[in-house]
Design a protein around this ligand. Sequence first.
Ligand code: IPE
Ligand code: IPE
Ligand code: MG
Length: 234
Amino acid sequence: MLPKHIAIIMDGNGRWAQARGYPRFYGHLRGSNRVKEIVREARKIGIPALTLYAFSTENWKRPEDELSVLWRTLQKYIRRQIGDMKKNGIRLHVIGEMERLPADVQTELKNAMNELKNENKMILTFALSYGSRAEILNAVKLISKECMAGTISPDQITDKEFEKHLWTSPLGENSDVDLMIRTSGEKRLSNYLLWQASYAEFDFPEIFWPDYSVEEFHKSLENFSNRKRRFGAV
Ligand code: IPE
Ligand code: IPE
Ligand code: MG
């Protein structure tokens, strides 16, 4: 079985570069090539939702020059890939505090999302200035306001109703993560998709993100297909 929603924590760019005597930013450049390959492959094999952790709310603590490389790399990525995405029916979505990103990056992303808004073969989501607790708190605030306005009563707040208020709501029935992958050997979620990953299967390849090839991606898929997902049943 193929997962419907794959979430990836693309970790280890800095260590990959440092291990080779390059500055950290070079790892981000090489990492963005992998993004391109993995997106193409996911689309090719028919994965309906792919969500990539590119920048966490905690990543704002990084030095200014590294941040600027990250934003420029993202901008270049969008500019270069938009044609390919259009051709392949890929819709673009962003989760996170988009308003905190540099203005020109926001503009680039908004234009691309608009250009791709009718594509429906796969939804590619970038998590940017993303934090799962912030996402959940935001949903709680929205629902509280609806309760106070009387449009919904507290008893009507089901899982499905709650999910409509999460940033992943455009993913609809695919918003639950089936397969969560984190490269680099770290085994933690770092505030990523805490609600959506409730029943995810995990894969932790012991390689840095710039080494995560299409072949490695297939190994992750193979691991997933061998799991027995019981969802609490026997
Ligand atoms: C992941 O690689 C990319 C981002 C967080 C933007 P890192 O930059 O975290 O690389 P390491 O973990 O320091 O090696
Ligand atoms: C998590 O990686 C976020 C991304 C990959 C974008 P980090 O490298 O920032 O996470 P920690 O600090 O190791 O938890
Ligand atoms: Mg890291």
